[in-house]
Design a protein around this ligand. Sequence first.
Ligand code: ADP
Ligand code: MG
Length: 301
Amino acid sequence: ATPVGLLTGTGRGAQLGILIKGPQVLEDTRTVDTILLDKTGTVTTGVLAVDATEAFAGFSGTQVLRLAGAVEAASEHPVARAVAAAAAHEGLHTPDAGRLPGVEGFHSAPGGGVSGTVDGQTVLVGRSGWLAHNDVIPSPQQQQALATAEASGSTAVWVAVDGVPAGIISLRDTVKEGSAAAVARLKDLGLRPILLTGDNAAVAAHVADAVGIAPADVYAGVLPEGKVEAVRKLQAGGATVAMAGDGVNDAAALAQADLGIAMGSGTDVAIEAADLTMMGNDLAQVAQAIELSRRTLATIR
Ligand code: ADP
Ligand code: MG
């Protein structure tokens, strides 16, 4: 039988702006002791801004940005939105007034990058592993340029054209205003928060420090399959795991977690895979959801 208290909890959840897939979900929530937090779009705003473009091999910064933007215009990823917006802005004073060239054969590899053909050229945008997967190997100097950008706390992506590294685009994200307070509240509830991201270690460490997550609890450079693996490993070690995320790259991990939590601004696949969806976009709601379930169940007993 479904306890009435649980249904009441579900209604209270709706008042708080939390969509709960079924009464059983609150029961699962009660025992959660570990919470994996996706970085981009969950702990941070996920609204990135391009802050520098570096060009190699005879390309200009404008060319690099325009070619990358043309491909990224077809992607929903936060990196993609920022690159496409900056590219459109860069072209405002050209004859096509910011319109980006069209892309053919667009392909997206979640947690890796994108590719497509622009003006007859094959363009790749993404992380080092995505370039290597496409047999593009940057020179040691070019790799040093990327490492320097990352060490400064930027998210940096490669742009390659016809198999040759053409440049690097550096982007910045902002930690959400309520994230540090929400992490503190999760800890008060007895949960161990872990930051989980496909982004580089320097950016991840910076964000973890800003919100109060221990350096040992930062898992960076994790591919989407790695996110699922991280959940499984913690479960195998006896933890009951919640995972909060928003991206296509988080969906499988949200499904694997004992409690999957999607941010309201998240992609449809993430929401589909989750048990709880925050209608707002605030990490504080995640702590509220856990508090709510504990209070609701305490009432029933
Ligand atoms: P997160 O776990 O922080 O949400 P993702 O797994 O989505 O990050 O992405 C990890 C990394 O993969 C990004 O930091 C970026 O380097 C690269 N990447 C993913 N999607 C794209 C894209 N559309 N364009 C360029 N790079 C991308
Ligand atoms: Mg994300």
